[in-house]
Design a protein. Structure first.
Length: 110
């Protein structure tokens, strides 16, 4: 399925377009801790389907924030990691995490 190429009107919207959604942020947070294989990500992200994980990994790779490395082994070993561009998202993700902790305990409207 092709993603929308709708023009963005604000630079922050570009960030949200890349990391938006429930699972993408959690995938990036897992990979911020280090490279991971598909099975490890699937196991660590309790509740995500293989189909959605595959779709989001492909989109994040297309956006240049994660890389996919295939090792020439049998069976094939595939590892996902943050790219240098993806690593620049770490402080943003950490700030969002901290904001969520602060505001979810303070304001029950979230």
């Amino acid at each position: 399925m092709a993603r929308s190429k709708k023009a963005v009107s604000c630079p922050a919207e570009t960030t949200l377009k890349i990391i938006g959604g429930r699972w993408k942020l959690m995938i990036l947070r897992q990979l911020a801790a280090g490279a991971s294989r598909f099975g490890e990500l699937h196991r660590d992200l309790n509740g995500i389907s293989e189909k959605i994980l595959t779709q989001h990994l492909r989109e994040l790779e297309e956006d240049g924030v994660i890389s996919r490395k295939i090792y020439p082994e049998v069976p094939a070993k595939v590892e996902y990691a943050l790219t240098p561009s993806g690593k620049t998202l770490k402080p943003i993700i950490e700030a969002m995490h901290e904001w969520g902790i602060t505001h979810s305990s303070r304001d029950k409207n979230f």
